[in-house]
Design a binder for this molecule. Structure first.
Ligand code: SF4
Length: 274
């Protein structure tokens, strides 16, 4: 992987043509450019191995791209939500490390899971009093409502249990996994926790699936035969737009996956097609 480079925004690169634009917009544009550049080159963004947060994704093709460290097709997503989440994680790391807590919590522990394919990851929190694995999720209002009514995404449940397995490898005996959802735009009173007993089998099944996808990659060799990408099953959904390999209307899966997103408004789409 090449070293990250930073390019200064060109003077006057910000479009001041929009109504109400002034030099403050140019200042905002420059700040936003620096923030986006730092986010793009953050270690987490440049991580090449698959991690616990990705191994439970429902899309085999996305996992295959990740296992091959494929070039990302979708790099333009707004990074702010992720930056705010990272900021909260840093704050929580300090808060839960305070000596007053008597070492009850182990924070940001590096866990070895399944090297070399998935070396491991850093677990947000382990509560030694309850042998509970805790993962912070900083989310917006609509997502919080969705998870409260439907339950959290499967990949988060897998992630928490994969961490549990990592803690077992370290000699701990996790009994519970928890996802602590922090409202990104709300108040602390809106903190919501989902939890269930630790289930080692969930983690083992996820690792077995990862190795099955690895074997499929070896058998199909999409690097040498790009047409073979189509034989790796995809699971398109509403979140394809956040997938690093999403490329709208792509007809070449080696360049990116079209995701086959359903139209936003099927009624309108049908009317236009008629
Ligand atoms: S764009 Fe959607 S369907 Fe394609 S690899 Fe990503 S998650 Fe899977």
């Amino acid at each position: 992987m090449t070293a990250p480079t930073f390019t200064q925004p060109e003077a006057g690169a910000v479009d001041l043509g929009q109504p109400g634009a002034d030099e403050n917009d140019a200042v905002a544009g420059e700040l936003a450019h620096i923030i986006r550049d730092a986010s793009t080159n953050a270690p987490r963004s440049r991580q090449s191995h698959i991690g616990p947060s990705e191994v439970g994704d429902t899309c085999d093709r996305k996992i295959a791209y990740k296992l091959l460290d494929w070039d990302k097709a979708n790099t333009g997503n707004d990074p702010l939500a992720s930056i705010i989440g990272t900021g909260f994680h840093g704050w929580a790391e300090e808060a839960f490390s305070r000596p007053e807590l008597g070492g009850r919590f182990i924070v940001e522990q590096r866990l070895t899971i399944a090297p070399p394919l998935m070396p491991g990851g850093s677990c947000d929190l382990y509560d030694r009093l309850h042998d509970r694995v805790i993962d912070w999720k900083v989310v917006g209002d609509s997502v919080m409502r969705k998870y409260k009514s439907e339950g959290p995404r499967r990949k988060y449940v897998v992630q928490a249990n994969v961490y549990g397995l990592g803690w077992e490898f370290l000699g701990y005996k996790p009994r519970e996994v928890a996802l602590a959802f922090v409202p990104r735009t709300g108040y602390l009173s809106g903190l919501w926790v989902w939890k269930q007993p630790y289930d080692r089998q969930v983690a083992l099944d996820a690792l077995r699936r990862m190795y099955t996808i690895r074997d499929l990659i070896i058998a199909l060799d999409p690097e040498a035969n790009p047409a073979m990408w189509s034989l790796i099953p995809a699971d398109p959904g509403w979140d394809c737009k956040y997938c690093p390999y999403f490329k709208p209307r792509s007809t070449d899966l080696s360049e990116g996956c079209p995701g086959n997103l359903p139209p936003k408004n099927p009624t309108t789409a049908q009317a236009k097609a008629a």
